[in-house]
Design a protein around this ligand. Structure first.
Ligand SMILES: O=C(CO)[C@H](O)[C@H](O)COP(=O)(O)O
Length: 237
């Protein structure tokens, strides 16, 4: 039996996920996201593969998603076979509704997620409606992935950019390791007015591998909440 409390947003997440999974067509190469909302997408795609004979090839964005996809019977592919993807569907931690700029990575999979999103012709975000914010950074820290060597110095330089930094740890106090065996520094920034500039500053720090700002990448968000399902595309810049 799971010891996790029930997720009050689960039904909304599932609603958004099922609508997004309907965008996937026969023959597509699909990026599979990570997190509790993306899990519903993978489950629905698995159902379509088994019950409708949907033929897809997928690339998962984490070891956890790879395990789920295999359990669901979704055929997996490689970057060699599919250097580009037709669509990637993933969750988000915060969504700015005008630009569809995002914070991702509270689940720790931001690096693989960003690689997969960057090669997808469509990058569709699924979430419950609580993820909308006026400015990124309002509700959650920005995860930054750094290599283990010299991570304390990278954290110090993130502090200097105005963040309150915390290395992510497991319950037993040990440092959390990503699927690439890197560390995550969670960075609490004031609400962001210029995320593009901040992203560039963060990437300038030697030792930083990636950050959870997904800017100008999402082509569509599908969210569900008490007011129903909402589909957004980015407003022209
Ligand atoms: O970026 C992610 C993992 O690295 C997730 O997509 C993000 O944390 C959203 O997760 P959830 O759907 O569980 O709210």
């Amino acid at each position: 039996m799971s010891s996790l409390p029930p997720d009050p947003a689960a039904a909304f997440k599932q609603q958004a996920a099922i609508q997004a999974a309907a965008l996937v067509q026969d023959g597509m190469a699909v990026g599979l996201g990570t997190g509790s909302t993306a899990r519903f997408v993978v489950a629905e795609l698995g159902r379509r593969v088994r019950e409708e004979g949907l033929r897809i090839n997928a690339i998962p964005t984490s070891i956890a998603t790879r395990t789920q996809a295999q359990e669901e019977g979704i055929p997996l592919t490689t970057f060699a076979e599919h250097p580009e993807l037709d669509i990637a569907i993933d969750g988000a931690d915060e969504i700015e509704p005008t630009t569809l700029n995002l914070i991702k990575g509270l689940g720790g999979a931001l690096l693989w997620e960003k690689i997969v999103a960057s090669i997808a012709r469509q990058f569709v975000i699924v979430a419950d409606a609580s993820k909308y914010v006026d400015h990124l950074g309002m509700h959650c820290p920005l995860p930054v992935e750094v290599i283990p060597f010299g991570w304390e110095s990278a954290a110090h330089r993130l502090d200097a950019l105005g963040a309150q930094t915390t290395p992510r740890r497991l319950r037993d106090g040990s440092l959390f390791l990503t699927d690439e065996k890197n560390l995550i520094i969670d960075c609490l920034f004031p609400p962001m007015t210029n995320p593009d500039a901040l992203a560039a500053d963060i990437l300038n720090i030697v030792g930083v591998v990636e950050h959870g700002l997904f800017l100008h990448m999402a082509t569509q968000t599908i969210t569900a909440g008490p007011d129903g399902v909402k589909v957004l595309t980015p407003k022209p810049r």
